[in-house]
Structure formats: C-alpha cells, structure tokens
Design a protein around this ligand. Structure first.
Ligand code: SF4
Length: 210
C-alpha cells in the first residue's frame, strides 16, 4: 500500500487529490452551462452569422444562430487557454505542484493539481514571481470566460443577472476554497495569509514537503 503523504503545510496545500480536481472541474464547468443556455437562445447578432448545419448533414434545415456559433468559439478559446497550454505557461509553471506532483504520481512529465490532472509538463519550472503581463493574461482570460456571454444576452436582463451571479459566485468560491490555500504564491488571485506563506516557503526550502 502506498504511503499517504501530508497534504497541507501551515494551511497551504502541497499536494492535491483526485477529489480536489473533480470538485474544481465541477465548479469550473458550471459557467459553460449558463453561457450555453443564454447564448444559443440569443437573438443578438453583430456579424449576421448563421449556419444551416441540418441541411449540410442532409437532415433538413436546422440553423445555428450567431450566439450558438459564438458559444463554440468561446468554448474553444477558453479551453485552449485553460487546458491547452497557455495557462500552464503564464501560471502553472511557477507553482511547486507543477514541479513535484508528477514524481509522486509516477510520471515526472506530467503534473497533478486542482485545475490539471495529468497535464503534460511542457515548460520548465520557474518558481516564485509571475510577471505583470502573465498576470494580466491570466486575469484577461478568466474575465473573458466569466463575462463574455453577456455580450450575447445583453438584451435580456435576467440572463445578464444570472451570468453576473455565476461570475461572482465562481470567484468567491475559488478565492475562499482554493486561492487561500494555494501554493502558487505569485498568482494575482492568491490570498494565502503571510504567515502561512512564510512557513510554507521555509518548509519547502528545508525539504520537509517534497
Ligand atoms: S491562487 Fe487560485 S487561481 Fe491562482 S493558481 Fe492558485 S488556485 Fe489557481
């Protein structure tokens, strides 16, 4: 039986478990469902786009409106950022979990954490500081993920309200349950307290954690 290693040090999470990643995936995908409901039923059109996918498939007319087409684009762009490598470069490669979790899971070429489970380690680990442009990129994509659907539900105040409530709930949830205990101290959203960070960095340096 494998040894169960200590999860937190001074209140900071040093190693995530599969159920942490499952929780994060659940709350992370919830905004997509709300965006989908609002965008595919949207009557907003900025570019006059539509696409008759039904006729293309020989099934008779079934037209995707601009909101639907934009939802697909929005989904692809956000997934490319969060699961396609860019977030790993601007954010994850600075985290100790990025560097050390792979070996603990028997695969040094991958990393395992809250937002990534077995993602490839494409970039070299760079502990600590995250540059302003990298922080801005991360915040920009997060804002796009949470707020872009409003552009296509702007004519229906109830959808705008739901989208805003989802965005605020998502941010307050991750800030409270994830960012306050996250070992990626350079992240702009990190809100771990100073004493916990100091203690964690001391333990990290002395080799007590990994
Ligand atoms: S502080 Fe929050 S957003 Fe930043 S890496 Fe940690 S969990 Fe992710």
């Amino acid at each position: 039986m494998s040894e169960v290693k200590q999860k937190t040090f001074g209140g900071i999470v040093a190693r995530y478990h599969w159920h942490d990643a499952r929780w994060f995936a659940t709350i992370g995908f919830a905004p997509y469902f709300i965006a989908f409901a609002g965008m595919v039923t949207s009557n907003v059109s900025y570019f006059g786009w539509s696409f008759d996918i039904g006729s293309l498939l020989g099934l008779g007319p079934f037209v995707l409106n601009e909101g639907f087409l934009m939802f697909i684009l929005y989904f692809v762009i956000t997934m490319l950022f969060f699961a396609g490598g860019l977030e790993w470069y601007v954010l994850c490669r600075h985290c100790p979990c990025y560097e050390f979790s792979g070996a603990e899971h028997g695969n040094e070429n991958r990393f395992y954490c809250l937002g990534n489970w077995g993602s490839p380690k494409l970039f070299k680990h760079k502990p600590g500081h995250i540059s302003r442009p990298a922080q801005a990129t991360f915040l920009g994509f997060t804002g796009f993920f949470l707020l872009f659907p409003i552009v296509y539900v702007i004519t229906r105040w109830e959808f705008v309200l739901v989208q805003l409530v989802v965005a605020i709930s998502f941010m307050t949830t991750i800030r409270h349950w994830a960012c306050s205990q996250c070992p990626n101290f350079g992240c702009v959203l990190n809100c771990a307290d100073e004493e916990s960070k100091r203690q964690f960095l001391e333990d990290l340096k002395s080799g007590n954690i990994y």
